[in-house]
Design a protein around this ligand. Structure first.
Ligand code: FES
Length: 110
């Protein structure tokens, strides 16, 4: 018998469904199920911000949320912001703050 549960998340306007462990973090769902690598995992304690996404329009640390708990939310990752040629103001701001977030902004724009 499997302990997995079906989770459906709307990320950047697209619905991703998967059978996952109930304790799977949103950050891991985004990276490993949805394949969106712009969301990074650093500290896994809500401190570094590498995993930041927009959850119903508000910033959230995706390492602090279980994927199953945010099924009714609209999730946006850095991939939904701007393009490589025209960075979103948020991505521009990242590139001027820390080396880690600059890498996030560049990867998200590829
Ligand atoms: S991985 Fe550092 S805040 Fe989420």
């Amino acid at each position: 018998m499997s302990d997995k549960v079906e989770v459906a998340l709307t990320i950047n306007g697209k619905v991703y469904r998967a059978l996952v462990e109930p304790r799977l973090l949103l950050a891991d769902f985004i990276r490993h199920v949805a394949g969106l690598k712009g969301t990074h995992i650093g500290c896994e304690h809500g401190v570094c911000g590498a995993c930041t996404v927009l959850l119903d329009g508000k910033t959230a640390r995706s390492c602090l949320h279980f994927a199953i708990a945010v099924q009714d939310s609209e999730i946006r990752t850095v991939e939904a912001l701007g393009t490589a040629e025209a960075l979103h103001p948020c991505s521009r701001r990242f590139t001027s703050t820390t080396p880690c977030s600059a890498a996030t902004a560049r990867r998200a724009s590829c």
